[in-house]
Design a protein around this ligand. Structure first.
Ligand code: ZN
Length: 183
């Protein structure tokens, strides 16, 4: 296979692989930052490889490109027998007609991996929020992010509303009594 990339293209490609963030992801990050949210990226200790992690809110964000993640593309259940007629384009994901089978199976694999990532996070008690590229257009970003903000904060509230872990010791704990007196 011949390498047809210019050094600039290769650099862009490599920096993308290293996880510098896509353009839609940058929009989300900028919005969060300017609204006072502090986040982490590429957190190894969090399962499912989310794009953005808001640890105090136990919330993981994925910013999905509409093409690569097949926004509104419904894959049929027929597995390997999948043929081009089975999959219709959506408004924001137009699968090329050339090499269509290749693209369909690529997008399908991405979707399957996404679902695996979301469920491993949810099983570990994380709230998963998926933001689509098309929801970040200039006319839509504010509405989208306000909704995201709502979800982030409601998760924080639910974390604090969890019942306290009961203290178990045969000895009395003066700190605990003091805390109870204050309430
Ligand atoms: Zn979309």
């Amino acid at each position: 296979m011949t390498d047809t990339m210019t050094p600039e293209q290769r650099h862009r490609c490599m920096s993308h692989i290293k996880g510098k963030g896509t353009k839609p992801e940058m929009k989300v990050r900028r919005w969060l930052w300017s609204h006072g949210y502090r986040y982490r990226l590429n957190v190894k200790s969090v399962p499912g490889k989310p794009d953005i992690v808001l640890r105090p809110y136990r919330t993981a964000l994925f910013v999905n490109g509409c093409f690569w993640h097949g926004h509104h593309i419904r894959m049929s259940e027929c597995g390997d027998a999948l043929i081009r007629e089975d999959v219709e384009n959506s408004a924001c994901c137009k699968i090329p007609s050339t090499n269509r089978e290749f693209w369909v199976s690529k997008i399908r694999r991405n979707q399957e991996r996404d679902l695996r990532n979301y469920s491993v996070l949810q099983e570990n008690g994380w709230q998963v929020i998926v933001i689509w590229e098309c929801q970040l257009k200039r006319s839509k970003i504010e509405q989208t992010m306000l909704r995201v903000e709502q979800l982030i904060n409601s998760n924080l509230i639910s974390i604090y509303q969890k019942p306290p872990v009961p203290y178990s010791s045969s000895e009395e704990n003066p700190m605990q009594i003091a805390a109870e007196d204050n309430s």
